[in-house]
Structure formats: C-alpha cells, structure tokens
Design a protein around this ligand. Structure first.
Ligand code: PMP
Length: 345
C-alpha cells in the first residue's frame, strides 16, 4: 500500500501556508493590534479561531476521535473540494465513484478539471466492486463512496468496502452524511486501520444544522494537516463556531429515533399505495420510491404544497422520487396527496 503522502500534489506539499501573528504567539494578550480589525466589540469584530480548537475538542469527545484526526469544513462540500485540491493534478489525475450518488463529487471534479469516472451500481443498488477496481488506472488518486448512499438510501456491506480499501492504492472517501440514521456503525472506529481512508460526516442532517454549514472529515493526522494547510484560514465563521458549540450540547438521539419511527410509518403507508411500484431499503432520513409517472406524481405533490426530489432523469433511478422524512404532520400531508391520487385513478 502506497503511503498517502506519496499521492499528494507536489505544489501542495511545497506550499507555505498563510499564517497569522496569532499562530506565532499563544500567551496571554490583552491588546490585539495585529490583524487590522476594528477594535470596538460588537460580538463579531474579531477574526474567529482558524483552527476551531474548542469546537474540535467537543467534536472529539462526541465522536471518540482525537483532535488531530478531525478537519472542520464549511459543509462537507468544502472537504470534498479539498480532497481534489490536495490529491488530484488537474487534467492528469482522475477519481472513480459510484453512480447514482451525491452530485457534488462530480461537480467538484469538474471545477478542479479532474476526470470523473462513474461505475453504475447494480440493479439492486449494490456495489460493483470489480467494476470499481477495473475503472482504476495509475492516475486514479481518489475513490468516492457514499454510505448510506444518496439517493438510493442503502448502506454498503463492510466486506465490499474492505475489498475496495485493500484493492485500491489511493484515497478512499466514505461519505457518511446519513450515518446517524443507520443501525450500522460506520467507518470512524476503523480509521486507525486504514491509512488511505477519509470519512466525511456533516451536522446538516441528523444534527439539524444545515443552515450553519459545518462538515467534518476524519483521517490520518498528515492528511488532516494537508486539508488545514490548503483551506481558507477562516473557513468556519465565528457565529457558526459559537452556535454549533451550543447546539452540540443537545441530545439528538430522541429526534433521530422519532425520525426513524416516522420512516418506518411512511414506508408502511407507501407500501399500501398502488401508485408506489417499489420502495428501496433505506438507512437514511429519506426513501427512494418508484412510480409509473414520476412527473405526474411530482406535479400533484407540488400542487398540494409538498416538494420532493424528482430523481427520475438520473441513470439507474428511472421512475423514482426521493422523499425526505418530515414531521408527522408533514408526512401525513404527503401521504394524503398520494392516497387521493391513487383513489382518483
Ligand atoms: N454528502 C451527502 C451524501 C449529501 O447528501 C449531502 C447533502 N445533501 C452532503 C454531503 C452535503 O453536506 P453539507 O451540508 O455538510 O455540505
């Protein structure tokens, strides 16, 4: 197995990162005349901590991962972009991923001018491990996986992912944005075993903080240090740092249980509706369903004031709509529209 540092772009290894006077000195200071800030305190006049030390300490406690293995990004989308910027030379290197999956792996590849190779999931949305390994060549630096996968909802078996980790000599990213809704334990606790593994999580889903923009990457210390070196210095603003710290004291277990209970109810009700031709197994806070007329169903839901995600134009998702689990009242409203449509048919 290659040392992940061998995969890093040469310009990134050579980079001298931006530094501040506050990096050079950490002792007691009462007068800050180093950063050209406005000195009058309004709650926001100072730059935030570029290393998010307090936040990382708290996330370390919650996740059971040492601070040195944690990167905090402006959404997971920042971490996805950084993976390309750190490891992939534009127009030379490539990334391999599954399809269908979360769209940003492809968009970030395009903005970084990195070739993106997609390997279709099988009909049952299982991983084509041999297909993925077959798509790799000497310039493949990264493989993006997403488990539970968006938009299909399923978790990939440990044995399949282990084959990819063992068989691919590059960085394997596992995006676990929806892991808090899953019975499976995910990959965080296996981090120490795989030097080439990067796990992404986010506070945007189960933690209910999509509006604050906070994503997490967990990896070996030297990979995290590279992300930190390349990121914008103040990527997490001070308001977000403060509110997230507060919000992390909440216990989300009850709400996750409630949403998972709602998911079971929604799935049960949908399965009784003749409009619904298929319901895919889900470990996330959404469910992908198959219908004969996705556009018609989508439009009728819109007329009723409910928006879902039409995924029917995506290869491998023909005829499908992705429905997020809402509050009990919201779910009832959505189900009632579908029941009425079925009754009028
Ligand atoms: N990963 C997956 C799989 C997602 O579905 C999403 C959002 N839809 C994200 C990442 C984005 O997360 P963030 O809000 O942290 O950027």
């Amino acid at each position: 197995m290659k040392d992940p540092i061998e995969l890093v772009r040469k310009n990134i290894l050579a980079l001298a990162p931006y530094s501040t006077a506050r990096d050079e000195y950490t002792g007691p200071i009462g007068v800050y005349l180093d950063a050209n800030e406005n000195p009058y305190d309004n709650g926001y006049n100072r730059y935030p901590d570029p290393y998010q030390k307090e936040l990382k300490a708290r996330i370390s406690e919650i996740k059971g991962v040492p601070v040195k293995n944690i990167f905090i990004g402006n959404g997971s989308d920042e971490a996805i972009d950084l993976v390309y910027r750190v490891f992939c030379d534009p127009r030379i290197d490539n990334a391999v991923s599954i399809a269908p999956t979360y769209g940003m792996y492809k968009v970030a590849a395009a903005t970084n001018d990195v070739e993106f190779r997609e390997v279709q999931l099988r009909g049952d949305y299982s991983l084509d491990v041999d297909g993925l390994l077959g798509a790799v060549d000497k310039n493949t630096k990264v493989m993006f996986l997403c488990s539970p996968n968006n938009p299909t909802g399923n978790v990939f078996p440990v044995s399949d992912v282990e084959r990819l980790l063992a068989g691919f000599d590059g960085i394997v990213v596992i995006d676990e944005a929806y892991v808090d809704f899953s019975e499976e334990e995910g990959w965080l606790y296996r981090l120490a075993r795989y030097p080439n593994l990067v796990v992404l999580q986010t506070l945007s889903k189960a933690w209910g903080m999509a509006g604050l923009r906070l994503g997490l990457a967990f990896a070996r210390e030297d990979i995290i240090a590279l992300f930190t070196r390349v990121k914008y210095p103040y990527n997490i603003n001070g308001v977000t740092q403060r509110i997230v710290l507060e919000q992390l004291n909440k216990d989300i277990a009850g709400q996750v249980e409630e949403l998972n209970g709602q998911r079971r109810k929604v799935v049960e009700k949908l399965s009784e509706n003749p409009l619904i031709r298929g319901i895919y197994p889900t470990d996330a806070n959404f469910v992908l369903v198959k219908v004969d007329d996705p556009k018609g169903v989508y439009d009728e839901l819109i007329r009723g004031g409910v928006i879902v995600r039409d995924r029917s134009r995506i290869k491998g998702c023909e005829g499908t709509l992705r429905i997020t689990i809402g509050t009990p009242e919201e779910n009832v409203k959505m189900l009632a529209i579908l029941d009425r449509m079925a009754a009028e048919k």
